[in-house]
Design a protein around this ligand. Sequence first.
Ligand SMILES: [Zn+2]
Length: 318
Amino acid sequence: MSTTYITKKTLGLETVEPAVTPPPADAATAAFAKKPKVGSGRSRKKEIPEGLWTKCPKCSTMVFDKELDTNLKVCPKCSHHFPIVARERIHSLVETCSFSEMDADMVSVDVLEFTGVASYRDKLDAYQKSTQLKDAVITGIGTIGPHRVALGVMDFSFLGGSMGSVVGEKLTRLIEAATDKDLPVVIFSTSGGARMYEGMFSLMQMAKTCGALAYHAEKKLPYLSVLTHPTMAGVSASFATVGDLIIAEPGAMIGFAGPRVIKDTTQAELPPGFQTAEFLLDHGLIDSIVSRNQMKDRLVYYLDFMMHARRPGAASGN
Ligand SMILES: [Zn+2]
């Protein structure tokens, strides 16, 4: 009498791999254990889990996403400024719980019933879902340091930050509110230009925003315009470049037509650094280049200076 034990060997399973293959020890932990070095081998690329690291397009350093977030999306190695969404930027500027948004539910109407590759209405729906924004700008009143400020921040992730009737109207209402309440205006621009889906209605926003700023200036209230990457076309040709002080982020592309169009039209070689913030600082279009990490402090510094004359008792030297 013999007992037959069922073993892996009797079932022919001895050499079969387990159903779940544990990952190699180095693959799962290498990315966390030590920071990869630039150009340290091609094989490492596959080992890095997606969504945790971002490669800097300027210096090719792999930056840990959390580090990038705490550094306001600025590369810690080369200071390259990554895009930042409007809410994140507002959060980095205003004092906690001091921001009250204006016209949060204003949405565009498809007046022209524009249809290209996709209809304008479909595009609006898609971008509203993907960005959780109603349109390409957030406006409101908030406090930066000791100053109450009318703040407008554009968001490039919504249809390329294009200026349609909603962007124009929200900014105009913001400026008018600032004029009524004796507040300075600070607008962060990033835009590909006017929104072609709205035709003439988008172009009219250029005049409307500048008109509101003219009334604001009549009351001797300061307007600080901050240009971020990229600020082009209809936005750069209207409210963005009429600031009392025009500030730009490092490396931002700022211009009207794109460099390729200019090159084709003029048939001339463009100078190095053409249409960058640094080039425009040298040529007098902008007043100052300020890194995102220092933006809040510098805004407070400028506002201290520009609002000083309006403080009660300032004229008598108290
Ligand atoms: Zn970098």
